[in-house]
Design a protein around this ligand. Structure first.
Ligand code: PXL
Length: 278
């Protein structure tokens, strides 16, 4: 591992709305990790706002990744991907980095939808391609909507018993990934994240806020990535991410800002730097 862990962050850059790269970069930096962005698209605002512009960057991505073949990454963190071609380019990048450095680990957040609905950009072909990409990952972080889409399971809301979530995680493992974190499992006034690793499940629950803010999945995966790249175990990393998300959503709720603007993580970001390389 590098003295400062090095992470390739494959995600879109949305100019407004606190998601994808504008979340990943500050979070990883404050956690003592070098974040190297590979933008998949540039949007003026995320897709939850009317009138956003979208510039697809697929055409430049092969050369971009090619120019990184003289670098070694400790982790690759991949998020929003907008086309089947892009998924294929990312799959090749995963493989070339693993060939260069077998210790390189992959965190794949299969950003496909939320709250029972696919994002407008998500077609059946994209779902199929994402399923194949999951097979390459060491850790995946689907929410319940994404877990259902990936496993062709009917979605019945965010409330799941432990056994139902564990069964979903087992289905996801069959796709070929190394471990699973299912995020956003609601149980009464708590929200939990279930890990499945080495045949064992763990469930971490925190206090739940009533409001759904956009970008929480990106924030969760970014903190998880920072902790993992810093050497935390999967269970430690999930605990830390869940606790941070709980604090930040409670703070955001108090401030009463529009949900589409995302969670106000900036005033609390410093807290993530308090326990570097635990
Ligand atoms: O937070 C997920 C996400 C990432 N990237 C873009 C989005 C969204 C959610 O709406 O629009 C561009």
């Amino acid at each position: 591992m590098h003295t400062v862990p090095r992470v390739a962050c494959i995600n879109d850059l949305s100019g407004f709305g606190r998601c994808s790269l504008t979340t990943a970069l500050p979070v990883l930096s404050v956690m003592g990790v070098q974040a190297c962005p590979a933008p998949t698209a540039v949007l003026s605002k995320h897709t939850g706002f009317p009138g956003f512009t979208f510039t697809d960057l697929t055409d430049g991505m092969a050369a971009y990744f090619e120019s990184w073949n003289d670098l070694r990454f400790d982790w690759i963190y991949s998020g929003f991907l907008g086309s089947v071609d892009q998924i294929e380019l990312v799959r090749r990048f995963f493989r070339s980095q693993k060939a260069l450095n077998p210790a390189c680990k992959i965190l794949l957040d299969p950003v496909m939808g939320d709250d029972g609905k696919k994002y407008s950009t998500y077609t059946k072909e994209l779902c199929d391609a994402m399923r194949q990409l999951v097979a390459e990952a060491d850790v995946i972080t689907p929410n319940i909507t994404e877990a259902c889409l990936l496993t062709d399971t009917a979605y019945h809301g965010e409330a799941l018993h432990h056994a139902e979530a564990a069964a979903l995680a087992e289905q996801l493992m069959l796709l070929g990934c190394g471990s699973v974190v299912i995020t956003g499992i609601v149980q009464e006034n708590t929200i939990g994240n279930l890990t499945y690793y080495n045949g064992k499940t763990n469930f971490y629950r925190v206090h739940r806020t009533e409001c759904l803010f956009s970008g929480t999945g990106d924030l969760f995966a970014s903190v998880l990535c920072g902790a993992l790249a810093g050497g935390a175990s999967l269970n430690e990393a999930v605990k830390k991410s869940g606790q941070f998300l709980s604090e930040v959503t409670q703070y955001t709720l108090q401030e009463n800002t529009p949900a589409a603007e995302g969670v106000l993580f900036e005033p609390l970001l410093r807290k993530l730097g308090d326990c570097l390389y635990e």
